[in-house]
Design a protein around this ligand. Sequence first.
Ligand code: MF3
Ligand code: CO
Length: 289
Amino acid sequence: MEMGRNTRCWCGSGKKYKQCHEKFDERLSQMAREGHVIPDRSLIKNKADIEGIKKSAKINTGVLDHVAKHIHAGMSTAEIDQLVYDYTVSHGAIPAPLNYMGFPKSVCTSINDEVCHGIPDENIILQEGDIVNVDVSTIFHGYYSDASRMFMIGEVSENARRLVEVTKECLEIGIQAIKPWGHVGDIGAAIMAHAKKNGYSVVIDFAGHGVGKEFHEDPIVSHVGKADTGMVLAPGMVLTVEPMINEGDYHLYIDADNGWTSYTEDGKLSAQWEHTVLITEKGVEILTY
Ligand code: MF3
Ligand code: CO
């Protein structure tokens, strides 16, 4: 759609188009003509959207800090779920996983060889030596945010500690690879290189995603990408980077009984860290610190 230069911008900022996204559109159109995949306008957040997502992200970080304070050996993952639910609701927000496509709890808790989407349960008790991912997603006034951390329960093996640390580095390196007007494939390429260098594999079957007005938006953020390929990353896009890194092979299977929890096929350890990030004119901003 052509816009008059003096009419209000399509992004909803209320500003004149020529003072808002005109140059942005020209740059994207040029990239499209060169054969790049460009984001749809629905993926470009305006100032109000970004403020909304930031408020959601602040609560989401508060949830993770709250879990960090209380997590301990001997507690059940259902107790973690209760911590997440209570904190989120008391801050006027909604836990995004609850009832999402039938998911029965407020948070995913994935232990050791569980790759992701572990379902909290009163019979699953955290043991000394476990590594556990707590994946928290929040809806606040219609805006979504999404982040996860690993927790090491008591003394863990050297192998487990190294996997957790390298996976965190993979997240950081993936985020550092993000450049405005770069490509989504840059993220996965950087993550894959770091995992490989450390003798680990990268999960292919689950990916990061755009996030904001919905839980899962475009683009799919593969953690095994190829540099300079995939959708262009334009300022105003918000996405998650959430690499799942395996000690052994990347193959998974999904629990046939609950339909959610995924495990490494070889039974070896898996770890994951996640942030929600905003692409800016200058680089990238992590929203879930
Ligand atoms: N961070 C995960 C994701 O982006 C959270 C999944 S919540 C669930 O998919 F409800 F789908 F399990
Ligand atoms: Co996510």
